[in-house]
Design a protein around this ligand. Structure first.
Ligand SMILES: Cc1cc2nc3c(=O)[nH]c(=O)nc-3n(C[C@H](O)[C@H](O)[C@H](O)COP(=O)(O)O)c2cc1C
Length: 181
């Protein structure tokens, strides 16, 4: 089953320890035949480099940093270009901003401009994930038609164990494949 062939995917990466998995995710998407363009939040660049994601996606990754106004010019174009937008990992911070229409970086500007389905794969620590504010923001995203890729259960970066891990890259790709089947 390879229904991601030639699909155009904008991958948004947020600041989370799970950002390291976005390298595997990019690789899997490219291997599945998708064209991938990556946007990193400023915080994400502290966890994974744009260079890594540019190399794996074969497209220059876009990152927010002071004075980089050029990337902002592309957000409408990118939002129209994409067959799907995938935010993985999606931080509590970015989920809250998406839920409330806040637009203070390239990833969020692209989200608000996107005409395509938007998938998001949260990554959080156990208690963050359980917080009512997070649950409520996720309900809001549902109500906008955004598609949740559920968190998984297991060991968390904090050392705790439970729900909150970002879905494994293979599972995220399966979600997209199911959608496009
Ligand atoms: C080591 C470390 C790990 C973090 N992991 C997460 C995480 O998994 N999920 C999350 O929502 N926030 C996490 N954060 C907090 C976010 O990085 C912080 O809220 C940041 O402002 C997110 O920015 P962004 O949404 O623009 O990417 C972590 C912070 C640190 C220092």
């Amino acid at each position: 089953m390879n229904n991601l062939q030639a699909k155009k995917i904008v991958l948004g990466v947020c600041g989370s320890i799970a950002a390291y998995k976005s390298a595997f995710l990019t690789r899997l998407l490219v291997k599945s035949g998708a064209e991938v363009k990556v946007i990193l939040t400023k915080s994400a660049t502290e966890f994974i480099t744009p260079l890594t994601l540019s190399t794996l996606s074969k497209n220059e990754a876009m990152a927010d940093f002071a004075g980089n106004t050029q990337v902002w010019n592309n957000h409408v174009e990118l939002g129209l270009w994409a067959d799907a937008m995938l935010i993985a990992p999606a931080s509590a911070n970015t989920i809250a901003k998406m839920a409330h229409g806040i637009c203070d970086n390239m990833l969020l500007a692209t989200y608000l401009s996107a005409k395509c389905p938007v998938f998001f794969a949260p990554a959080m620590d156990l208690d963050m994930w359980k917080h009512k504010a997070v649950k409520r923001n996720i309900e809001l995203l549902h109500s906008y038609g955004n598609l949740l890729i559920p968190v998984e259960d297991g060991e968390l970066a904090s050392g705790l164990s439970g729900e909150g891990r970002m879905a494994e890259p293979e599972h995220i790709v399966q979600h997209l494949q199911e959608y496009f089947r």
